[in-house]
Structures are given as C-alpha cells and as structure tokens.
Design a protein around this ligand. Sequence first.
Ligand SMILES: [Zn+2]
Length: 871
Amino acid sequence: MSMEKVYLSEYEKSPYEVKTIDLEFDLDSTKTMVKSKMIISRTGEENQALFLNGDSLELVSIKLDGRELHQSEYELNEQGLSLHQLPAEFSLEIENIINPEANTALDGLYKSGGIFCSQNEPEGFRRITYFIDRPDVMAVYSTKIIADKKAYPILLSNGNLFETGDLKDGKHYAIWKDPHPKPSYLYALVAGDLGCVNDSFTTMNNNEIALNIYCDKGNEDQCSHAMTSLKNSMKWDEERFGREYDLEIYNIVAVDSFNMGAMENKGLNVFNSHYVLADADTATDSNFMGIESVIGHEYFHNWTGNRITCRDWFQLTLKEGLTVFRDQEFSSDMNTRSVQRISDVKALQERQFVEDASPTSHPIKPEAYIQINNFYTATIYEKGAEVIRMIHTLIGEEGFRAGMDLYFKSFDGQAVRTEDFIWAMQEASGFDLEHFTLWYCQSGTPEVNVTSVFDKKSKSLCVTIKQTFSSPTQVNQKPYFFPFKIGLINGSGHECRLQLENAEGQTLVDKGVLLISKEEESFTFTGIKDAPIMSLNRNFSAPVKVHTAYSLSEYAFLMAHDKDEFNRFEASQTIASMVLHKLIDAVEKNEAMSLSDIYSEAFSKVLLDMNMDMSLKADSLSLPSVSMLMQEREVLDVEAIYIARNFLKRELIREWGADIQAQYASLNTEKEYTLQSAEIGRRKLKNTLLSYMGALKDESPVLLQYKKSNNMTDRLAALSILANSRGKGKTEALNHFYKRYKDNTLVMNKYLAVIASSELKETPSNVRDLLEDEVFDIKVPNLVRSLIGAFARNALHFHAIDGSGYAFIADKVLELDKLNPQIASGLSGVYKDYGRLNDTAKALMKVQLERIVNTSNLSKNVYEIISKILA
Ligand SMILES: [Zn+2]
C-alpha cells in the first residue's frame, strides 16, 4: 500500500478565492440538507480549473450564476468536484446531503448524544459541503439553521445572531452572520437542547460582550470556573497584549464526544466537556487548572490563529506554538510562575522528548505529511511554545510585545507563515534571528555538554559548552542558536557575580544568559575566589538535554542552594534519576540494590524544609516517572524500571517514615475546598507524602483519606494508591467510587484510567471486563483515552513479555480505525519504542505492527504512523 504525501515545497496559491458563502442547513439526523451559495472570483490564470474539496457528500445540484449545471459540465470524484471554463467572478449554488448520525469519525458535522456539533480543523469542512478547504481561502460566512424547535431549541453558529423565527411543522430557524473573513476550518455549527450559563464582559473600549456557556441540562452549576477563566483571559489579553474581543457574543459549547480538547471556532468555541465542567466533588485541582489554561488557549486564538491564520497546515505551529506560549504565560500570571514552569517543562520532557527521539520525530514546521491530523503533536504545540519562549528570552518582554504589535498590525486578516512572525519579531527588536530559525526546520532534542576548569591563580572559571544534535529522521543538521541561562554558586551557597572576561558579541551576561551559536564555545568568568558549582539552563531557557559530570553530592548541593526554583527541582530529578538508573542496572544484572545515602539525605533536607513552597516541595520529593526513566535506557527492560522505582520508594518511607507520616498528619486537616495556590500546594504535598505511605503494608491511612475527603483531588489520589494495593481497601473504595459516580461520565473517565494504570497483574483482565461495562462506549473519545489509552501507557502491561499487550492494543487500533481514524492513529503512537526493544519483544511487536499495516482499507492516519515506526 502507498499513500500520497503532501509537501510544503509544493505549495501553490489557490487560483480562486471565495468572497462570501451563505449556508443553509435543514437539520436531520441522517439526511441533513446543506445549501451553499458562494461568490467566487478568479485570482489565477484564465482556464485554470476550480477544484472544490468534498468528502462523503451526496451531491444534489449545482448552479452557476443561477443556471443548473448538467452532469457533463463538471467532474465529480471521491476527493471533490472540478469545474472548468469559468468566468472571472461568479456565483455557485450547491445542494448536498450529509448523514451526521453515521459520522463516528466526529470530523465535519456529526450528531452525538442528541446534539449536532461540528469539528472542521483541519479538513472537516469538506465533509459538510464542497469548498476550497484550505486555510488561506478566507471568506465571509452567513448561516441559516433550520431545525425542529422542540428537539433543538438552541441553534448556534459563528459571529453575531442576526435573526430568529418560527416556521411551519414545529420548526424554527436562526441566522448567524460573521463579519470577519475566516478559513473554513474555523466554521462551526451546534444545535441541541442545551442548558446555558450567561455572563458579560466589558472590554477596554467599553463594548459589552455577552458570554454564554452551553452544556448538558443539569450541569449549569459546573460552569462557573470556566466562566471566570474566560473573563480572566479576556482581561489578560487586553493587559498583556492589547488585544480586544471583536464580536458581540462569545459562545462556548461543552460536548461529551469530541476528538480534541477544544476548538477555537470564531465566536463559537466547541469544548470537550472535560475542559469546561468542574466542581470540588467531581474535578481535581489539575482539572481546574486545565480548564483555566484551555479556556485561555482557545480565547487567545481569536487573535493568534483566527484574525491571523496559517497560510497552509505546515505552518500549524505559527498559531499553536504561539498560543500555547500565551496560555502558559496566562497560567503563570494567574498562579505561581515557577510551579507552572515545572509543570509545562515536565509535560514537554515526558511527551515531546519521547516523540523527538522516535521514528515519528519531526520539526515544529514539518516538510511533508500524509495525514495532517497526525501533526497535532507535542512537538508542534509544546516544543513550538518553547521556541517562542526562547525568542521572548532573547529579545525581552518589551521587544516581544513590540514584535507582537507589529505582527498584528502587519498581518491582520491574512493567512501567513512562520517567517512572517519571525520578520515581525526581528524588525521590532532589531535582534538578528536568522540563525535561530533552524529551530523551525530541524528535529530531535539537542544535547548540551558542559565542562568547566577553575583556575585559582587567575580566579577564573572557563566554561566550555558543546552542543550535539541529531534526529532519528534527519541528516546533516547544523548547530543551533539558543539562550542558555546560567548561574554560579559558591561553596557557601551564594550566587557569584557574573563577569565575563571576553564579553564580545551578544552576551547578555548581566541576566546570566549566554548566547550559544557554535558547536563548541568557551566562556571565561573572572573574579571568582573558589571553584563554584554551575546552575545550568536555568528556568529551562532552551529545550535541550544538559549533561555535566557532576556527582550526586554536587546535585544535592544544587538541590539545596540553587536560587532558580526550576533548577532546584531539576536537580532533585537528576539526582533521583542517577540513583534510579544505578538501581535499574543492579536489577538487570541480578545484583543487590541499596539506598544511596547522599540521595536519602538530600531527600530529607527537602522533606524537613518547612519554608519551601509546598507545591515545589511536592515536585522535588516526587520520583521521575517511568516514562522519563525509559527515555534514558538504551535497551528497554520495563519490569526492571518498575522494580527499581518501587524499591526506592519503599526504602525512602522506611528511612523517613516517621517524618513523612507526621508531616502528612499536619497537612491533612479538614478545610473547605478552595483553589488558592497555597491550598492546591498543600493538597499536592499531602498526596505526594501519601503516595510514599502507600508503599507501606498498612493501607488504613489511605483508605481513611479516601473516605473522609471532601474533594475529588484527595479522593482520587487515595483511590489511585489503593488501586495498586492488594488489601481489602482496594475493592471497597473502587466499588464505592463506581456506585457513587456511575452516571457521571467525566468521573468515570478517572475511574477507568485508575484501573487501567494499575501495576497489579489482574489489570489486563480488568480492562477487558470494563470494555463490556455499561459506562464504557468505544464511540466516545474520552472513554477510549481513559481506558484503552491509559492501558497503552501502562508500560508494565503494554510491554508484557508474552506480547499480549501489543496484541490487545493492535486489536483496538483496528477496531477504532473503522469508527474514528484520528483516535486510532493517536493510540498507535504507543508503538514508537519499537526500535529500543530487545530482540524477543521486538519480534512480538513486529507481528502486530505488520498485522495493522497490512489490513485492507486502513486509514491514512494509522498507516502514516505505523509505517514510520516500521521503517
Ligand atoms: Zn490551539
């Protein structure tokens, strides 16, 4: 089988543009009539054909300037519709039929849970009607929706509400007009019997905006955090970036069946209900934080994505990397900056670093794809955001704001490229970013090796920085240009003043930022009395892996003294990783394991530090995840990783149990649930300590917390620990949880994930049973991610030595591919460790990969991922 690739280098301007499109929908579950009237003009040469994309549509009629076309006057195939010999400007009226209920791919217009809903990014609009479905064709849309009034009292589309009215046979209609030209991927339609929460926001120019959040009836009281987050986002974007909202209404709809997290359709965001609904009883602290960040993200797209959009899909990071950076900054301003930074970097290291070391590694601006849906990746989003953050570090907040102002001024209403963004940043700041742009086209995570030589006589420290770069999918890479923030700490734990002997060039040494541009370069710091310890890549100034020959004691020193909170956390993870890798080696060689005294002492220093921010303390006391540890192993022995990690946990509680339990007790006080940072930090620390206590035989404190807690954060933390225990408490708590929340699908997602993530040997059979449970439905993406996705990420069972985990997931990939190719391809990414398995495991996985790729009628989505892994 071969599948056609699309290349960035083959981009051509559309020969036609659509000025306006008036749509009319007569909604019906299986037979929705779609009428469109477009005003189209030619921008290319005469005699060029007009091609309109169309997928799974039933064409009824076409009229050109009012005259119905005969079948011989157009060509119709599976990809769409071609028309020839067209005038310079004309109207085209098309009628077609679609079947929303049969649309289990949830792409285009679909019906799920009694609600009509659309998802058009990146190429869903062609499943609604024939159109030039590409982001650089921007048109002015109007929409008339006709539907049964009783079943679908709420009718929504983009823009402002223009007119509503009743029709015969119990039907009614609504007309929406969006004055802003937009690409088809931002088009949206929703119809249903929904509950609503209203509020309003007054903009900086005193425009009153109506804010509505729609959800399933009965869930209205769970929308208040989302509404607060929306108002905070609107205010923040005015204050930080001078951006004001530009319609009369801002609508958000929460739906249960949604492929993505949320979608920024102009004036009508559609959200996975996971990112809207929350209260203390059903949502965790991290759910609340997630809502704030995703509500912000989609709102910020109104300027970075909607007003200025992408020329083509290779530019996806133009809107996503930039908007993730904006939502990260928003969350940092709303909460504790260093805590936010740690959580963002952790997410990058756990997901993007793994992707970038795998066969699906790609630059933030890819050069080719088979299915663009496969590129909504951690690389495009999270690494994309780090690239924007480096620009921010290089040119400073003022320069960055000036660059953003220029970007908006120059490109508003246009579909542009990443080069246009860089141009604005460079033009406004005067900073040369040419070398920097390699970050857009090179893939792989660069590694930075740092060595230093201290000369007591000249009181100088010579620091040599050597970068290495490679990618599993690229050759002939060049050295990167990046900001590398460093600090020097003397023996008594104080920061040394940074003086560079040779401050030539662009060294922003006053802020501790070295500008690295060569494969190897040295910097000599002077005026230093004693050999200092280096604190490297502070605040994660560049998305690289840093290596230095420091010992456990030196990392323990940094863990205790580094002023950079991110690096203090990073030191805690580095030292724990070093210790764990030694333990894993011991397991693999069948040698005895023992607890490192240096690590144990460093751990206790953090544990006993009562002045530290509780959230930072919790992060620093946590061990690196299995996924982080897997990254550093040349050949994967997953079981050894689990054995070593569990051993370390048990040893730490054995050594420091009394202190851990005492501190837990002091934090485990009954308090009203609030979302203040200090309270979130208290719960996080308490639950981190509880997870250590979970390594003890006595499960009673965990069960007690499960029973007594007044919020989901504490309850779920206890439940996850119990799900790994062998005691009676496990069954009691799981049964209670199931009974209590059975009818709440968002909470059932948590239940499924807890069971699918358990290390216990009965997990695979539990997962199989749950597939048949009434709370599970394979057509709902959230449930698939919670049960099947969580099991696939459960490395211990996925990599079961008999290959049963590989076979099970392959079955599910194939089953899902028939229903929803996007969800199936997302799941098939779990095979990306293929190249690092031992020969036996590799052979077992290969059987499954070949079984998938040789299946007839496989989607492009899954084919692209699996064929890359096999190659
Ligand atoms: Zn986005």
